[in-house]
Design a protein around this ligand. Structure first.
Ligand SMILES: [Mg+2]
Length: 215
């Protein structure tokens, strides 16, 4: 059985996991070929404190402008007016039950639940936000934790491809700073990088065969 990848993206009031707040979360579970095979979801989270929320967005003009332009802020306030924002603890608890029931239903032969790897662009940031807002057992070192300690950071993959000096191409940028859109963009990137690495391997094997005089 394959490991699984939880492509996850958060939209937040800023980049400080200890102070800033999660506004929107989206996730989609894929297999190791990055095909969508598991649960997914998108939720708007109610701020822990509205006064902190206004203060954070007023102080962070980059985040505020980004969320205005993406349409998130309008949707966020509209949902707040209709009492449709979900308290962050309930968002975290839904995410946990959604992922843990999937993992429990996909077990290795030795009985452990499937490993879930967080995946995304600079996903260490999303992990840090989840560590602050979710329970501590999510990120342990053993099979009892929700997430595996190894993550798939596509930003690191891109850096490594750059360092390799092998020609590679990126997927045209489509990050709209809306969580579900960004999740789907990173899944397209992961599929594309996987395909390009396979192509590089095929090219390499072809050259090796020619050198060996097989062709
Ligand atoms: Mg995003």
């Amino acid at each position: 059985m394959t490991d699984f990848y939880v492509f996850l993206d958060l939209e937040t009031t800023g980049l400080d996991p200890l102070k800033d707040q999660i506004m929107e979360v989206a996730w989609r579970v894929t297999d190791d070929k990055f095909r969508h095979v598991g649960p997914w979801g998108r939720m708007l989270a109610q701020p822990r404190s509205w006064s902190d929320f206004y203060h954070q967005l007023n102080a962070n003009t980059i985040a505020r402008k980004m969320h205005e332009e993406s349409g998130l802020l309008k949707e966020f306030y509209d949902a707040g007016d209709k009492f449709e924002l979900i308290p962050i603890l309930e968002v975290m608890s839904y995410l946990e039950s959604n992922l843990s029931s999937f993992a429990a239903n996909h077990r290795y032969d030795h009985g452990d639940a499937a490993a879930l790897h967080l995946a995304g662009l600079s996903v260490h940031f999303d992990k840090a936000m989840l560590q602050v807002n979710g329970p501590s057992w999510w990120f342990g070192q053993d099979h009892e934790s929700l997430f595996h300690h190894r993550m798939l950071d596509l930003s690191s993959v891109k850096m490594m491809l750059d360092c390799s000096e092998v020609p590679w191409k990126n997927v045209p940028s489509d990050t709209q700073h809306r969580a579900m859109n960004d999740v789907d963009y990173t899944i397209r990137q992961a599929k594309e990088f996987r395909a390009q690495l396979a192509e590089m391997y095929d090219d390499h094997m072809l050259v090796q065969s020619k050198v060996a005089g097989d062709l």
